[in-house]
Ligand binder design. Structure first.
Ligand SMILES: [Fe+2]
Length: 223
C-alpha cells in the first residue's frame, strides 16, 4: 500500500536504520473479519535486515528490503494479519520465520501443516548488523505475543501488546486483559521513558507517554 518510511529513533547506532511499511488487509478471528492497516518494521543496515511481522502483502516489504539479506522474519504473534504474508516473503528472501510456540495454534490456523522455522523465547537475543535485540515474551493479546527491545536505539517493537493509547485488544479467543496488563506493567513500563514504541497498528508512542495511564486502562476496561 505504501512505500517504506525511515523512522527517527531516540538512540542511534552507526549504519542501523528502522523502516516502516504499512499494508492493508483483513484480520479474521472467531468468525469475524475486520479491515486493518498493519505496520511492518525493518531494522538493519545496508547488508542485512530483520523483518518484524509480515502482514497482508509481501511485495512492498520485498521492495523495502531492497536486495538485503533477511536474517529472519520475526512474528510478534500469530494473528493472521501479522503472519499472512510471511510465506510469500520467506519464499522470496529465503529467510526463516520465527514465532513464540505459545501461538502455534494461531500459526496452524493460517499455515496448517507447514511448521515455523524456529521458536522465539523470552530473553533470546537476535542480532542484525551487529545490533542486538532482546525478545520479551509479553502474553495477553495472545499467549505467544512478544516484543523486541533494542536498548541501543531506545526502541521497542511492541506488536499488538502496547499501542498509542493502551493495551492491545483482549476481547477475543486466547486473549486475557489481566495477563496483558501484567506483561505491560512488568516488562514494558519498566523500560526507560524515552523508549520509542513502534506498534503493530497505527501511531507510535513512548513508554513515558503510556505509563501514567495504566490505572485508567484498568478502570475503563470492559471486555
Ligand atoms: Fe493481533
Amino acid at each position: 500500500m505504501s512505500a517504506s518510511e525511515i523512522v527517527t529513533t531516540p538512540g542511534s547506532v552507526e549504519g542501523i536504520r528502522v523502516e516502516r511499511v504499512i499494508t492493508r488487509g483483513v484480520f479474521a478471528l472467531d468468525g469475524g473479519e475486520w479491515e486493518v492497516d498493519n505496520n511492518i518494521w525493518l531494522v538493519g543496515n545496508d547488508d542485512e535486515v530483520l523483518v518484524i511481522d509480515a502482514a497482508h502483502e509481501a511485495e512492498p516489504v520485498i521492495e523495502a528490503i531492497d536486495g538485503r539479506t533477511v536474517r529472519a522474519i520475526v512474528l510478534t504473534h500469530g494473528h493472521n494479519d501479522h503472519i499472512n504474508a510471511s510465506g510469500e516473503l520467506a519464499k522470496a528472501t529465503g529467510a526463516p520465520r520465527w514465532i513464540h510456540p505459545d501461538d502455534r495454534m494461531l500459526w496452524d490456523a493460517e499455515f496448517g501443516d507447514t511448521p515455523p522455522d524456529g521458536d522465539l523465547a523470552d530473553g533470546q537475543i537476535i542480532e542484525v548488523g551487529g545490533l542486538p535485540l532482546t525478545v520479551l515474551h509479553t502474553p495477553g493479546h495472545s499467549p505467544g505475543g512478544v516484543c523486541l527491545h533494542s536498548p541501543d536505539l531506545a526502541v521497542l517493537f511492541s506488536g499488538d501488546t502496547l499501542f498509542h493509547g493502551g493495551p492491545g485488544a483482549t476481547g477475543r479467543s486466547f486473549s486475557d486483559f489481566d495477563t496483558i496488563v501484567a506483561s505491560i506493567t512488568d516488562r514494558l513500563l519498566t523500560l526507560p521513558g524515552e523508549t520509542l514504541v513502534l506498534t503493530g497498528h497505527g501511531d507510535s508512542t513512548t513508554i513515558g507517554e503510556e505509563a501514567p495511564d495504566r490505572q485508567k486502562w484498568i478502570d475503563e476496561h470492559d471486555d
